[in-house]
Design a protein around this ligand. Structure first.
Ligand code: G4P
Length: 537
């Protein structure tokens, strides 16, 4: 197979959703339909209860599971699918955001009873900014939920993206019998779910005007469907592939991951419409995936929880050329040539050493501590750097210090490594010395994880004091003069800190305080996101 053929069959995506919308269930069903597992339930039963730190630890301790469930690869209908999962626990982390830097499209799951929820909004925003295609799966149609047309309306109003329903449910709320496929103009009616979703669900396909349909679903349901379809045709969007590709129109599917209602149709349509690996921006212009020179970037680093070995796995996303085991590549961050030995790939639930991989694929590399998030790897004959990674604004902050001052060195090392992994963001309070750090995270669970890991991996007990701030802004005067606590009016209304590159950042309690600072410092620019490896000056 040529490089171009390999690329064109790849689909690399992430599933975004609010916890409990059904991400795990749908992922598993895609594996079921993809033939990668034979009975649904095997992944889910291993998923421990979320929220509790002890459970997170349990999962992490069983490294195989957590690592393999973070990248899944399987084949379906001539496509090679890479699903990049975001962490299984309820809490939100930078990891979740970064995964979205490595995908070519996203599947957004909504719970039909709940509609658009908080985390969906956050994740959607990141996808929108990257202009990647977003496909929507409205889940849990097997039970009572909001009216389908109202859900479409909610997506458009709350997220600001028009929808194009690819299918539309037939029947009444909680008792849907099938779906109308708008592209093929046909009806799929499902048999009863007799295996509790463990096996594929039988269905029958009918032409839209087949008289048998009325017999099966009843005149009333048939009439209601016609009304809804007419409304969609008249008032809804027209399908436009260009808009889908630009992330400006979301193809929307109705279904139930649990009962396998509409799952297969979703998978097939998604594979048909979703893009193969896209070109990426670099310091040397656009890099096309079929460029024969290898390139990749690190988007995730996962620590080994075995305290005896502090090695880590760095996940790279291949962007161009062919990856080969033991190849030598140029590591932009250190300006060194390195050998990529023991590359791992993830097939369904197992991981294995691989010999080759192609653009769109994710490979796990053993990292002796050289890789950082966002690092570029390229062929030695064509050196460049990929566009920088944004870091997202942390929303929770705490002061962290070692209980035992004798352990300062291990403490600093542990904090440094966890920062490199992207588990936390690190700040220094101006004038506070080096005894303590200010740590920012996207969710509160990270603090508990931080405490646990510093103890178990570095033998350091830490004292954690939560700070009342919820907003971080990177500061810059528009004339290029560096912001200092003395030159900022109202600096004492928050906490003035420096990030790792010594860029000034202000932490405040709320948007109101931010408004005050903005009003009283006319030359000030405040940025919510910031790039990882670049000094903002
Ligand atoms: P998440 O990964 O997005 O957090 O969600 P997950 O798939 O774990 O699903 C959350 C809950 O919603 C689970 O129930 C799951 O069974 C249920 N669920 C997922 N898809 C559907 C669906 O299509 N219909 C219905 N009715 N429920 C669905 P749970 O009670 O938390 O777990 P379990 O006891 O079912 O394992």
């Amino acid at each position: 197979m040529t490089l171009t053929e390999e690329i064109n069959k790849r689909r690399t995506f992430a599933i975004i959703s609010h916890p409990d919308a059904g991400k795990t269930t749908l992922t598993e069903k895609l594996l079921l339909y993809g033939g990668a597992i034979h009975l649904a339930g095997s992944i889910k039963s291993r998923k421990t209860q979320r929220h509790a730190v002890s459970d997170w630890m349990e999962i992490e301790k069983q490294r195989g599971i957590s690592v393999t469930s973070s990248v899944l690869q399987f084949d379906y209908a001539g496509c090679r699918i890479n699903i990049l999962d975001t962490p299984g626990h309820q809490d939100f982390s930078e990891d979740t955001y970064r995964t979205l830097m490595a995908v070519d499209s996203a599947v957004m799951i909504l719970d039909a009873a709940k509609g658009v929820e908080a985390q969906t909004k956050k994740l959607f925003k990141v996808c929108r900014e990257r202009r990647i295609p977003i496909f929507t799966f409205i889940n849990k149609l097997d039970r009572y939920g909001k009216v389908p047309l109202d859900l479409l309306d909610e997506i458009e109003k709350v997220l600001g993206i028009p929808t194009y329903p690819m299918n539309f449910p037939i029947g009444t709320d909680g008792k849907y019998l099938g779906v109308f496929d708008r592209q093929r103009n046909q009806i799929e009616l499902f048999a009863d779910d007799t295996t509790h979703g463990q096996k594929e669900r039988a269905s029958e396909i009918f032409a839209a005007d087949d008289e048998e349909v009325i017999k099966r679903i009843g005149q009333e349901n048939f009439d209601a469907l016609q009304d809804d379809l007419m409304l969609l045709d008249e008032a809804g969007e027209v399908f436009d592939k260009n808009k889908v590709d630009a992330g400006e129109l979301t193809p929307t599917f109705f279904g139930s991951a649990m009962t396998n209602f509409g799952v297969q149709n979703f998978l097939e349509e998604y594979l048909r419409l979703a893009p193969p690996p896209a070109p990426r921006l670099s310091s040397d212009g656009i890099i096309e995936p079929d460029d024969d020179k290898f390139s990749a970037f690190v988007f995730k680093i996962q620590a080994n929880m075995n305290p005896a070995h502090r090695d880590r796995l760095a996940f790279i996303r291949i962007c161009s050329g062919k990856f080969e085991r033991n190849m030598q590549v140029w590591h932009a961050a250190s300006d060194k040539l390195i050998k990529l030995s023991q590359p791992q790939q993830f097939l369904a639930q197992d991981r294995q050493i691989i010999d080759e991989a192609f653009p769109g694929d994710i490979v796990g590399l053993f990292d002796p501590g050289i890789f950082g998030i966002g690092d570029t790897l390229t062929d030695a004959a064509h050196k460049f750097k990929f566009e920088d990674f944004p870091t997202f604004p942390p929303e929770k902050f705490a002061r962290v210090q070692a209980k035992d001052t004798m352990k300062r060195k291990q403490f600093a090392k542990g904090i440094e490594q966890l920062t490199q992994e992207g588990a936390i963001q690190l700040f220094n309070q101006v004038g506070a010395g080096t005894e303590s750090y200010v740590v920012g995270t996207v969710g509160t669970l990270q603090f508990e994880v931080l405490q646990y890991r510093l103890k178990s991996e570095y033998g350091v007990d830490v004292l954690l004091t939560m700070l009342p701030f919820e907003v971080a802004r990177w500061l810059k005067f528009n004339d290029g003069v560096k912001v200092t606590p003395a030159s900022l009016r109202g600096a004492d209304r928050g906490m003035f800190v420096l990030d790792r590159q010594e860029n000034p950042v202000l932490l405040v309690e709320n948007e109101w305080a931010l408004g005050w600072i903005s009003d009283n410092n006319p030359r000030l620019e405040m940025n919510a996101t910031h790039f990882l490896n670049t000094d903002i000056y």
